[in-house]
Design a protein around this ligand. Structure first.
Ligand code: ZN
Length: 67
């Protein structure tokens, strides 16, 4: 198994979830958008200071004889 970085791979996606209320931000390819969502969430809910970053990374099985 290895991360799939091929041209037909599913996209690498970043998202974040508030660890206080469970609200999740949108998933997308821009990791910076995750930080912006966390800051915006913190501004609107000042007590919510703990988050989880969620990374969806595609993997592909590679047979040994193909390496
Ligand atoms: Zn929250």
């Amino acid at each position: 198994m290895e991360p799939d970085a091929g041209p037909d791979a599913e996209p690498l996606l970043f998202s974040a979830r508030c660890a206080v209320c469970g609200l999740s931000g949108p998933a997308g390819p821009d990791a910076g958008a995750t930080s912006r969502w966390m800051l915006a969430h913190l501004r609107s809910r000042p007590g919510h200071v703990s988050f989880r970053e969620i990374i969806t990374r595609p993997y592909r099985a590679v047979p040994d004889e193909c390496r």
